[in-house]
Write a protein that binds this ligand. Structure first.
Ligand code: PMP
Length: 486
């Protein structure tokens, strides 16, 4: 079906009627995506893009089995929760069957933020303590309490650390306080956590929860050094707190070796949080814990959480993961990706590190391998160049210099090889541009203004020329208008 609005109209209306804070991918040249299937997305002019960041479409965009399950249920019963429903109990049972015995009761909610918020509430009510410990640079969501527990966003949002929040140093052996050449960096970082708990106690504060991902994804695809998590969990438990694992990015087989990423870490959380992949794009999330912890909460209602449509979709997603062997595919395609990237890394002074697990892959873009200095401008440029090659990728991490690859799990080895090849040539161009301009690679990331614009310039158009401004963009009330698209 043809689109009702031109690209420009849609962009203008976005600027007129939607919050400025709601950013788009490729802000200076956004895409209008109108359709998607499997690992591909299609824009309004029919271009096909390979989606390397569509992790919410866990089993593939618009998978027919999932779509049908949602449509059928939508035409049968949509009820707010509060009635007995076969789909929701069956879904709860199927999820719990994937977990260790201790994690046997679930609460169904609508987003990862909401799930983390409930998890923290459960910890507070069970322990009688109030404070929460998180890892530096972590992101866990955007409801108020959880934003307070997301150092990743503090600087951007002008927030300050609350006194009930305690922050463990980022356990990054590439650029962190203890690196790969330290003896047992995992224990060294865990000791830092232990000291933080100790100093909280000295201030008469008590830890209710330690909230962490099983590996840090948005913060830059950082896997913890061995023993960090198990020893930190031990310290938290000794202090009377509980441990929450946030698998919003990592759950449901994405990391390949296991269905849940925590299973590779020699720990079992007291509370597990999962979100994004559950509904293949449909908003769903879940908190799973022990009966003892769950029963501590005497009343909980959630209008939409666990509604029959969500649960039908959730069941269909589990079917597809199993039927299409997507966990083992995540493992083999992830290996293909990492092997390919590691093979090209020696030719690229700006590839500092390649890391990840299964279909969560990160590439550190640095000014040079020696200094390991983040190069966010080059990472930005790489993302735009790949977009020109019809590949959608993001640069993430605290310094925005880590290329993040988290595609739908139907991604293939051929797709991976294609992306590696495209990164190889795009990065070579960026590196060549920098050296031809007589720039020391290390100028990248220092001061954008020092770098000739023809090297750094992003594609300057938003997909149309300014002469096309035939759209009457005025909002009826004229109050909601932001700047005009030009
Ligand atoms: N936890 C983690 C680790 C996340 O990355 C995110 C969002 N990307 C959230 C929680 C929040 O999930 P949601 O956007 O569904 O609220």
């Amino acid at each position: 079906m043809p689109e009702k609005q031109t690209f420009k109209q849609t962009l203008q209306m976005k600027r007129n009627y939607m919050g400025r804070a709601c950013k788009l991918h490729f802000e200076s040249a956004p895409l209008k995506i109108v359709q998607a299937s499997r690992q591909y997305m299609y824009d309004d002019t029919g271009n096909e893009y390979l989606d390397c960041i569509g992790n919410i479409s866990h089993v593939g965009h618009c998978h027919p089995h999932v779509t049908r399950a949602g449509q059928d249920q939508l035409g049968t019963l949509v009820a707010s929760t509060g009635f007995l429903n076969e789909k929701s109990v069956e879904y709860a049972k199927r999820m719990i069957e994937t977990l260790p015995e201790k994690l046997c009761v679930c609460f169904m909610v609508n987003s990862g933020s909401e799930a983390n918020d409930l998890a923290v509430r459960l910890c507070r009510s069970y322990t009688g303590h109030h404070d929460v410990m998180v890892i530096d640079h972590a992101f866990h969501g955007n409801v108020s309490v959880i934003a307070d527990l997301s150092p990743f966003k503090w600087q951007k949002l002008g927030m300050e650390k609350k006194d009930w929040v305690h922050v463990v140093p980022f356990p990054d052996t590439y650029r962190g306080k203890y690196r790969e050449d330290s003896i047992n960096p995992g224990l060294l970082y865990a000791n830092e956590a232990r000291n933080i708990i100790q100093s909280a106690h000295e201030k008469k504060r008590k830890i209710a929860a330690f909230l962490c991902e099983p590996m840090m994804v948005t913060a830059g695809v950082v896997e913890y050094p061995p023993h960090f998590l198990s020893q930190t969990f031990r310290a938290v438990h000794e202090a009377g707190g509980l441990c929450i694992i946030d698998e919003v990015n990592t759950g449901l087989g994405r990391t390949g070796d296991h269905f849940w990423a925590f299973q590779s870490q020699d720990v079992v959380p007291d509370i597990l949080v999962v979100g994004k992949p559950l509904g293949n794009g449909f908003p769903m999330a879940m908190v799973i814990t022990s009966k003892e912890i769950a029963d501590n909460l005497s009343d909980y209602t959630n209008t939409f959480g666990g509604n029959p449509v969500a649960c039908s979709i959730g069941l269909a997603v589990l079917d597809v993961i199993q039927n299409e062997k997507l966990q083992s595919s995540a493992k083999s395609v992830g290996k293909c990706f990492k092997d390919g990237l590691k093979a090209i890394a020696p030719n690229h002074p700006m590839i500092g590190d390649v890391r990840g697990r299964g279909m969560i892959v990160g590439i550190e873009i640095v000014t040079d391998k020696e200094s390991r200095k983040p190069a966010p401008e080059a990472a930005d440029l790489l993302a735009y160049k790949l977009k020109e090659n019809k590949i959608i990728i993001a640069n993430e991490g605290q310094d925005k210099n880590v290329m993040l690859i988290t595609p739908p799990l139907c991604f293939t080895c051929d797709n991976a090889r294609h992306v590696v090849q495209a990164i190889d040539s795009a990065l070579a161009e960026i590196e060549k541009g920098a050296s031809e301009a007589g720039l020391n690679q290390s100028s990248f990331g220092e001061n954008r203004m020092d770098i000739p614009l023809n090297i750094l310039s992003m594609p300057s158009t938003s997909g149309y020329s300014s002469e096309e401004s035939d759209f009457d963009s005025e909002h009826p009330s004229k109050r909601a208008r932001y700047e005009e698209v030009d």
